[in-house]
Design a protein around this ligand. Structure first.
Ligand code: 4NP
Length: 152
């Protein structure tokens, strides 16, 4: 059976598109489906931020075909695991759950891997450096998720 994983941030143009591309690159697409969404609808239909596209390209990934969409409660049914980037995304998503089973699907991305910090910081208003460090945090967490999913 295919495991469906959703990556969630605020805008779905900086962090979660990177997480989608990075995790998908580490798993067998016949076993794991990855998508991403934002809790806000500011950028629906847009490409990822140019700085996310650039840092992904630097590491050999093309995320330019992704398009922004808003998180929807239907995602609790459609996905098995939902990874959020920060505490604010976590609270937003948890507030939309209807039961414990839905709550159980939601985790902070950096609870996976060996990060000492718990949130992937929002890089939108910062410089290019922010995107590099965000990429590294996401990559580390996705390595752990991919290893876990591979054993299924
Ligand atoms: P993201 O970053 O949540 O990582 O996609 C942001 C993108 C856009 C905005 C905020 C955060 N915005 O306010 O438009």
């Amino acid at each position: 059976m295919i495991t469906k994983v959703l990556m969630v941030c605020l805008g779905n143009i900086c962090r979660s598109p990177l997480a989608e591309g990075v995790l998908q690159s580490k798993v067998d697409s016949e076993k794991v489906f990855v998508d991403s969404a934002g809790t806000a609808g500011y950028h629906i239909g847009n490409q990822p931020d140019k700085r996310s596209i650039a840092v992904a390209r630097k590491y050999g990934l093309d995320i330019s075909q992704q398009r922004c969409r808003k998180f929807d409660v239907q995602d609790f049914t459609n996905f098995d695991r939902i990874f959020v980037m920060d505490q604010s995304n976590y609270e937003n998503v948890i507030a939309q759950t209807k039961n414990e089973a839905e709550k159980d699907k939601v985790r902070l991305l950096l609870s996976e891997g060996d990060s000492t910090i718990i949130e992937v910081p929002d890089p939108y208003y910062g410089g290019e450096d922010g995107f590099e460090s965000v990429f590294q945090m996401i990559d580390n967490a996705c390595e752990a998720i991919a290893a876990e999913l591979d054993t299924k």
